[in-house]
Design a protein around this ligand. Structure first.
Ligand code: ADP
Ligand code: MG
Length: 214
């Protein structure tokens, strides 16, 4: 099967072609159409299996297809456990969004807070962040998530292992409204806290487990 079988905007298909990818991986094959229906998804597959595009493509498609809920608030927020992973996701995002006009921001711990305030003031559509620093910005009340359409938790298992449960709950509550969709990715779902956490954050999620023993 080719990427063209997904009902994706032609700019996204061109971006994927440009990245040199011919066929979706197993997780992409399942997660992309599931996420594109608008339902919540909890998915697991091993490291290196292509989870980043499995959430970036439906995220971009949603931005293109839906009207924004707010002119100021970010529309898509992607949380990752570490600075390095956030940078990797951001570079994939740049490649995938190359043909579009959407503004994106990378908000990482360990960097200048006021510079980030200036970036957030420009109303990015898309934010890739580490949870601690993003929660700090929310706590200061300088930034809101009322218009958030899509919350993506990348490597949820590692975020919980790193002790980010409190920040994830804070972020979840700040973006708690009827129209929000949530996608949760993890290397494994056989992780005590992940399932429990999913119950709080996801609504009737579609479950996808690639390579799991069933
Ligand atoms: P994961 O998040 O599951 O660990 P990544 O999204 O980081 O995996 O992808 C791993 C590598 O595979 C990256 O270098 C990525 O660019 C590449 N990749 C992603 N999708 C495809 C695809 N459909 N075909 C070939 N390579 C891909
Ligand atoms: Mg990944």
């Amino acid at each position: 099967m080719a990427f063209t079988a997904f009902n994706l905007d032609s700019r996204l298909l061109r971006a994927v072609e440009h990245m040199g990818f011919e066929q979706p991986t197993d997780i992409q094959l399942q997660a992309i159409p599931a996420a594109m229906t608008g339902q919540d998804v909890i998915a697991s597959s091993k490291t290196g299996s292509g989870k980043t595009l499995a959430f970036l493509l439906p995220a971009m498609q949603r931005l293109i297809k839906n009207r924004a809920l707010s002119k100021k608030d970010p529309r898509v927020l992607i949380l990752t456990p570490t600075r390095e992973l956030a940078k990797q996701v951001f570079s994939h995002l740049k490649a995938v969004s190359a043909g579009t006009q959407y503004k994106s921001a990378l908000i990482l711990g360990g960097e200048n807070f006021n510079d980030q305030v200036k970036v957030l003031d420009k109303n990015p559509d898309f934010i890739v962040a580490t949870p601690g620093r993003l929660a700090d910005h929310l706590s200061k009340g300088l930034f809101y998530l009322n218009g958030l359409e899509l919350l993506i938790l990348d490597e949820a298992d590692r975020m919980l292992d790193l002790g980010f449960a409190k920040q994830l709950k804070q972020i979840n509550e700040a973006a708690d409204h009827r129209k929000r969709q949530t996608l949760m990715f993890s290397a494994t779902l056989e992780h005590g806290q992940v399932e429990e956490f999913a119950k709080d954050l996801l609504k009737k999620p579609k479950r996808i487990a690639i390579g799991a023993i069933s």
